[in-house]
Ligand binder design. Structure first.
Ligand SMILES: Nc1ncnc2c1ncn2[C@@H]1O[C@H](COP(=O)(O)OP(=O)(O)OP(=O)(O)O)[C@@H](O)[C@H]1O
Ligand SMILES: [Mg+2]
Length: 495
């Protein structure tokens, strides 16, 4: 009996092989002795009994996969457990089901004594059996009543190499993919009580988390279809480029800047990205950080495969300016101030040494107010403009909220598309109107009235010169130079 560990699979295989070779040699020796000592009839009876015994049982090899290797869990066991859930056949007679408070769904596992058959590479038949052994005296790592679990994997010996080299790695890969699919995305924030069962587990960094239930996904996002495709492709490219980042010596991270008026879907897009990649989200409020070492500790306690979000970066900058008079020459004359580009440098350094698959997202309603250094190529890799609602955006919302599909449009759709193209209205405003009734006629008529009112309002504001209003047209706002350089000096990143 042995425990299989992925790291020593080849060693384990060769040990098995040499054990079998010495067994065969002993059998030949035994045969030559019995030939000399035992009469012919009795000999042939013994040979036929032995040959029955060895041809039936010795054609198979059984691998034993224990749950633990000493104190550590056996990764082969864990992978098999996940993989075999997908292989339960209609003939299985006993299943174990369980659900913990943190899990959404009931998990199913095979019970002791149950067998599951599997086929690999067309002709390799494998049989998995789950067994539970009473706790032995030597099992010092398990507590009383904690029985020993193991899987037995039985297959024909001639497939030993293929099973070791291809089947078991395949089981690992499938288990990893299944776990990814089942992963629940969590939202981490600092400072407030989240009311979740895990919020009490804050470490010294103060992150508490809740399950992120945000329903947004790329299907529900009302965005220009080409832009949406570009974002999805960019994310796909990013996650498959581990080797590329290593080769060019860059931290495996990607920065996105989402900008546009309130209600155009910036936060929704972050949720859609997180749900798509199954990455946890860390929502960081810069105003809650007091010094450099705290920032370092907070960033170090975020995990890989996550999205670090800093919302409304222009406002974060304002909050850091704790009553100090802005000094227009501060950035040029004194590099000890924290600027957002300084923060990025800092994150770069930290993540190059200990972070993998990190995404950072900044959002702003006022791209024009950002430190130009932050907008330089190579700083934030992708700039995404979340715009007012377009005709195609309306069609996505109409399909989500009222089940109206473009192939079978409602009689009012064309009129609404025309109004939307000529009115500055956010997807949030359109969505709110569509939610007012389940009846498509009522909801769409309400939307037409709203759009007509909005158009008149917008035109009036423009006439009054209200188009300088930051929210209506953030691109045209003048802003002070070095606006983001007015940080609390305690946030010095360069000393
Ligand atoms: N592009 C969009 N596609 C689908 N729904 C949207 C979109 N934009 C806004 N919404 C709807 O409006 C709500 C508010 O949008 P969201 O919070 O994402 O906007 P925002 O751009 O982050 O706004 P703010 O700048 O105020 O943070 C969302 O919960 C969603 O229901
Ligand atoms: Mg937002």
């Amino acid at each position: 009996m042995f425990t299989l560990n992925p790291k020593d699979m080849p060693t384990t295989a060769s040990t098995l092989f040499s054990a079998y070779a010495s067994f065969a040699a002993s059998m030949m020796l035994l045969r030559s002795i019995t030939d000399q000592l035992i009469p012919h009839q009795i000999r042939s009876y013994i040979y036929s009994a032995l040959s029955y015994f060895f041809t039936t049982s010795s054609s198979n090899l059984t691998l034993i996969v224990d749950e633990h290797c000493g104190m550590a869990r056996n990764e082969v066991y864990d992978a098999a457990e996940v993989y075999l859930r997908t292989k339960i056949s209609p003939f299985t007679e006993r299943l174990k089901i369980s659900k913990t408070p943190r899990k959404k769904n009931i998990s199913i596992a095979i019970d002791k004594g149950e067998e599951i058959t599997d086929t690999f590479d067309n002709d390799i038949k494998l049989k998995w059996r789950f067994t539970e052994l009473e706790k032995g005296q030597n099992d010092k790592y398990r507590s009383a009543g904690d029985n020993k679990h193991q899987f037995e994997l039985v297959f024909n010996k001639k497939h030993k190499d293929k099973v070791m080299e291809f089947y078991l790695p395949y089981v690992f890969a499938r288990a990893k993919a299944i776990k990814e699919e089942e992963k629940v995305v969590r939202l981490y924030t600092r400072g407030s009580s989240l009311g979740d069962d895990e919020s009490d587990n804050r470490g010294s960094s103060g992150w508490g988390s809740i399950r992120m239930e945000h329903p947004s996904n790329f299907g529900t996002m009302a965005m220009d279809p080409e832009l949406k495709r570009m974002v999805i492709d960019d994310l796909d490219r990013f996650v498959r480029r581990r080797e590329f980042y290593k080769k060019v010596g860059k931290a495996w991270k990607r920065g996105y800047l989402l900008y546009g008026p309130p209600g155009t879907g910036k936060s929704s897009l972050i949720a859609a990205m997180a749900n798509y990649l199954k990455f946890d989200v860390y929502d960081l409020e810069l105003s809650s950080i007091y010094n450099n070492s705290e920032l370092r500790r907070i960033l170090l306690s975020t995990s890989n495969r996550s999205i670090l979000v800093i919302e409304d970066i222009d406002c974060s900058a304002k909050m850091q300016n704790r009553g100090r008079e802005p000094d227009p020459h501060m950035y040029q004359s004194n590099n000890n101030r924290l600027t957002l580009s300084g923060l990025l440098n800092f994150i770069d350094g930290l993540w190059s040494s200990c972070g993998d698959e990190r995404i950072i997202v900044f959002t702003t309603n006022h791209k024009d107010r950002l430190d130009p250094a932050l907008l330089r190529p190579g700083r934030m890799d992708v700039h995404i403009h979340m715009s007012y609602c377009t005709a195609s955006g309306f069609n996505i919302l109409a399909s989500n909220y009222l089940g109206i599909h473009e192939g079978n449009p409602h009689r009012l759709c064309r009129e609404i598309e025309g109004l939307i193209e000529s009115t500055e209205v956010t997807p949030a405003e359109v969505a709110e109107e569509l939610m007012k009734s389940d009846d498509a006629d009522v909801a769409l008529e309400g939307l037409i009235n709203f759009l007509e009112r909005k158009k008149v309002e917008n035109d009036k504001k423009k006439e009054e010169g209200a188009d300088k209003n930051e929210i209506q047209d953030p691109e045209s706002q003048p802003f002070p130079d070095n606006y983001l350089d007015n940080y609390d000096p305690s946030l010095s990143l360069f000393d």
